[in-house]
Design a binder for this molecule. Structure first.
Ligand SMILES: [Zn+2]
Length: 168
């Protein structure tokens, strides 16, 4: 993880960034982007290495982060480049995914089929030992709406995914 001085000097490289984007907005960006890591990965080409944070976000992810972090769209790409390593290494604790802290953001997420609780398979690559493919698993039918029943927070509207391997 870079020293904070490196992070802020990188952010300041884009004219207007430091004067426009607040620390709270940046913090919100890191939190939300960390919760949609699987979505970010699913939008990459199948040859993408899942250990590397991608260089670019998909268009709907950029618009989602603009709206929920109140960061102008022109700064979103630079913001992502600055924190992508941090986002990629960050582990999102299961309980935190279900708290109501970012409830409004996830309400907006419905417009983009993005949710902090989307159910993804635990692996991004094929687990069949006979399979030669090292590519990323792909969504077979897109993501679909489901209701998640939780002990603490009751029923929650979210999404589920079905990933499939193209190797065999
Ligand atoms: Zn396979």
């Amino acid at each position: 993880m870079p020293a904070i001085v490196n992070l802020f000097s990188f952010l300041a490289e884009q004219p207007g960034f430091s004067e426009t984007v607040t620390f709270d907005q940046l913090s919100q960006f890191i939190g939300l982007a960390s919760s949609i890591k699987n979505d970010i990965l699913a939008a990459q080409p199948p040859t993408h290495d899942p250990n590397d944070p991608p260089l670019l976000l998909a268009p709907h992810q950029r618009v989602f982060l603009t709206q929920t972090c109140n960061i102008p769209l022109e700064f979103i790409d630079h913001c992502w480049l600055a924190v992508r390593e941090m986002v990629w290494r960050k582990t999102v604790e299961e309980g935190a995914r279900l708290n109501d802290h970012q409830f409004e953001a996830w309400y907006t997420g419905r417009d983009f089929q993005l949710s902090g609780q989307t159910l993804w398979p635990p692996t991004q690559q094929c687990t069949n030992t006979n399979c030669p493919s090292t590519q990323l698993l792909r969504e077979r039918d897109g993501i679909f709406p489901v209701t998640l029943f939780t002990l603490r927070n009751g029923a929650r509207a979210t999404y589920s995914t079905y990933l499939t391997c193209g190797g065999m």
